[in-house]
Every structure is written in structure tokens, then in C-alpha cells.
Design a protein around this ligand. Structure first.
Ligand code: ATP
Length: 295
């Protein structure tokens, strides 16, 4: 199974939201990272064939997705950012409704509804109205509707927005479990959402794909660029003007320990440390709003 995105462009008037993206996806979890407005949603909507590209094409196993029509839709599961649910439906009613929309009927629909409720751990509350659900429960219901047809391609747009740390962890485990034999694309601007579960990192900036490689490789690309040092409180302002500070921790006696991303040693005495995904994000998005780990 292969999804090939070829020279994909999307313009809104004069605004280029997605610029010339080419990437081939195979089963695995792809973490789509980028700041707000980077073009993640636009790319995902094109992958789901909801939005037509200005130019370029997307092929599923060599066939243009436009030609596959309903067959392609049946392969897809999509959790949009603004996932709309019906507050007066129970979880079960809602999933039965989605199953019908997706063309599942009778016993098959019943079986799949029960199965996905189990998978997302909502069986106990299947008969409760969605309006009584917490944010995390609603997001899990969102995942359930996306996977009800056992899709080959699962597209999740900012699926952890509004979740508390415990829900985020549960969510990560759920995705890892669901990802088998699927192409999963998960967009986020929160690095920790994809830490551990993304096999590959796709990083977007200003509509362009600026990084496309296995997560391990992306992390190793930062080898020798992440530093730690201890400084006096009074030196911090100067350092933060000159360098990208990933982390800052106040120690005893007016000392501060700093984690810095820099191509060269920022200050004598600074030592190289093992990089993380957070460091990569900051390295590439120094000029933009940085929303890192919200654990
Ligand atoms: N329908 C539209 N009309 C005009 N401009 C649009 C439209 N949709 C998106 N854009 C613009 O395209 C750019 C990319 O938007 P997109 O929503 O894809 O980014 P994103 O990375 O998903 O950001 P976010 O995390 O905020 O959702 C933004 O500048 C946005 O304002």
C-alpha cells in the first residue's frame, strides 16, 4: 500500500497554503508537525479529497484518487480539527449513524460499532449522551468514527487539542494500537503528541515540506547541536538574545541551567547533550510561535 503525493500545490487567491509537496507514504505513523498556518490542514484535506489541489496529484497504489472516487473514500478515516458531533445522540447512536453514512449495514454495522467502542474504551458509556462527555471522551469518539470502517488511511488533524496530560497519553497509546497496517497521518504543533509513536516526521513551514525522514534520523540530525550549561542569572538575557533556548531551569544560588540549540558551542563550558524532538522543532521554528511540550 502506497500513497504518493506528487508536486502538490494549493493556492487561496494569492496565498500559497501548500507549495510543491512531494512525498510517498507507506504504512506507519507520520507525525505532521508545523506551526499554526503552516499548511497542515490544507494538505490533509487534499489527502482526504475534500479539497482539490491547484496543481499536482495524489495516487493510491498508482491510481489517481479522483478516479477511485467512493473506493478511495472507503479506505479513509478522517478526524477533522472541528469534528462535529451531535450532543443529543448517545455515543452508540452517533456511531450507528456514522456507520450508516459510511455504507455499513445490519450486523456488520452493529459489530463494528461495538468493536470501536471497545477500542476507544467507551463501551461503558455507550448509552450516555455525548453532551455529558469530557473533551477526552469526545476526542476518543472522534477516533472511533474515523476508524469504524477499518480504514487503510487514517488522517487525524490536531487530535489532542484540549486534552489533559493523562488523556494525551491514553490517546498516544490508542493511536499506536490502531496504526498497524495503516498509513496514519497525525498533525499537531505539540511535539510530545508524536514523540514515541511517529515512525516518520513530516515538518511543514510556510506551506513547504522542510523535513521528511524517520523520527530517529530527524533526532540524530541534531547531534552536536544541543547544549547544556549552567550560568549566572545575570547572563540569561544576553544568552537568550543570541541563542535559541529550549529549556531553562532555576537552580540554587542564582544559577540557571540552560538547554540551548546552536550549530556551534554557545559558551565555553557548554556540553553537548542527547537531542530530542523538541529540539528539532525549536531549531526549525525559531521565528515562530513555539508551542512545545504541553504535558
Ligand atoms: N479556505 C481558505 N481561504 C483562504 N486561506 C486559507 C483557507 N484555508 C487555509 N488558508 C490559509 O492557508 C494557510 C495554511 O492554513 P492551514 O489551516 O492549512 O494551516 P495549519 O498548519 O493547519 O494551521 P493550524 O494549525 O492553525 O490549523 C494559512 O495561512 C491559512 O490562513
Amino acid at each position: 500500500m502506497e500513497l504518493s503525493i506528487e508536486e502538490l500545490n494549493k493556492r487561496f487567491g494569492t496565498k500559497s497554503a501548500v507549495s510543491n509537496i512531494s512525498v510517498t507514504l507507506q504504512p506507519g505513523v507520520y507525525g505532521l508537525l508545523g506551526a499554526n498556518g503552516a499548511g497542515k490542514t490544507t494538505l490533509m484535506r487534499m489527502v482526504c479529497n475534500i479539497l482539490k489541489p491547484t496543481s499536482g496529484r495524489i495516487l493510491y497504489d498508482g491510481e489517481d484518487i479522483n478516479r477511485l472516487e467512493d473506493n478511495y473514500r472507503n479506505l479513509l478515516g478522517y478526524l477533522p480539527q472541528d469534528f462535529g458531533y451531535y450532543p443529543d445522540f448517545t455515543a452508540k447512536e452517533y456511531l450507528e449513524f456514522i456507520a450508516a453514512v459510511k455504507g455499513l449495514e445490519g450486523k456488520k454495522a452493529k459489530k463494528n460499532v461495538a468493536q470501536v467502542l471497545e477500542t476507544v474504551n467507551l463501551s461503558d458509556v455507550a448509552a450516555k449522551k455525548i453532551r455529558t462527555f469530557s473533551g477526552g471522551m469526545k476526542q476518543r469518539l472522534g477516533i472511533a468514527q474515523a476508524v469504524i470502517n477499518n480504514p487503510k488511511i487514517l488522517v487525524l488533524d490536531e487530535p489532542t487539542a484540549g486534552l489533559d496530560p493523562k488523556e494525551r497519553m491514553r490517546f498516544r497509546n490508542l493511536i499506536a494500537e490502531l496504526a498497524k497496517d495503516k498509513i496514519v497521518i497525525l498533525s499537531t504543533h505539540i511535539v510530545s503528541d508524536i514523540d514515541y509513536i511517529a515512525d516518520d516526521i513530516l515538518m511543514m513551514k510556510g506551506g513547504c515540506l522542510i523535513l521528511n525522514c524517520p523520527t530517529e534520523e530527524a533526532i540524530h540530525s541534531m547531534d552536536g547541536k544541543v547544549w547544556e550549561c549552567r550560568l549566572h542569572q545575570a547572563q540569561i538575557d544576553k544568552m537568550s538574545e543570541r541563542f535559541r533556548i529550549v529549556n531553562l531551569h532555576h537552580e540554587a544560588g542564582n544559577e540557571v541551567s540552560l538547554r540551548i540549540v546552536s550549530d556551534t558551542q554557545p559558551i565555553s563550558g557548554a556540553v553537548n547533550v542527547v537531542p530530542t524532538l523538541d529540539d528539532i522543532y525549536l531549531y526549525h521554528f525559531e521565528d515562530e510561535e513555539v508551542r512545545r511540550d504541553e504535558r
